[in-house]
Design a protein around this ligand. Structure first.
Ligand SMILES: [Mg+2]
Length: 203
């Protein structure tokens, strides 16, 4: 098998853990709507999906959540706590740093939004050290849809086994495998590192 020449990283649950429960609890504390309803609204109603597909703006996303919950805070308050849901996964940030030290090109490939990314860029220095970023809200397509994988191949100028991709979600891995990428269903940093070593990119 040819050796891949670039590593594509999913972001959430690969490099940064996240907990939308923090957002739900904050909304519930400041509105009359129970946490369970807020969780359904945020995670299952399709509003976050529309936002991360770039179909609605950050302001409209806020307005929709505000009108459904009666949240009394302003947009700036919301923007601050909505994005503050992340914690670093040190073993994976180290894996990325080791690849950079070896001169391996690396890319971020994420379903995400325009509130999270500026927050992450400001708070986590590792995020600014990739060669490129394929972000769902910019591309207006989300994993596991094929169109956003096209965007990765265009940005990296690579395809098939030239790419090794790390993602925690099976459906995202499935599309990558159909396209012939080397794809690692990430669960455990030590096992993922072994796969990257086996691909010939690290010792
Ligand atoms: Mg993920």
């Amino acid at each position: 098998m040819p050796k891949p020449s670039a590593v594509v990283f999913d972001l959430g649950k690969v490099l940064l853990d996240f907990d939308y429960g923090r957002v739900v609890r904050r909304f519930a504390a400041e509105s009359a709507v129970p946490a369970r309803e807020i969780s359904t609204l945020l995670l299952e109603s399709g509003v976050l999906h529309a936002y991360e597909r770039g179909q609605i703006s950050s302001r409209e996303f806020f307005t929709r959540l505000q009108s459904a919950t009666g949240f009394p805070g302003d947009y700036a308050t919301f923007a601050e706590f909505f994005a503050d849901i992340f914690t670093e996964i040190p073993a994976m940030i180290s894996l990325h740093a080791d690849l950079r030290a070896r001169g391996v090109p690396t890319y971020i490939f994420s379903n995400t939004n325009d509130l999270a990314v500026p927050h992450i860029r400001a708070r986590y220095p590792f995020f600014s050290t990739f060669d490129g970023y394929v972000l769902s809200y910019e591309v207006r397509s989300m994993k596991p849809d094929e169109a956003i994988y096209d965007a990765v191949e265009t940005m990296t100028r690579r395809k098939g086994t030239e790419l090794i991709y790390l993602d925690d979600r099976a459906e995202n891995i499935a599309t990558a495998l159909r396209r012939g990428w080397i794809a690692v269903h990430h669960h455990d940093p030590a096992l993922t590192r072994e796969r990257v070593i086996a691909a010939g990119l690290l010792d």
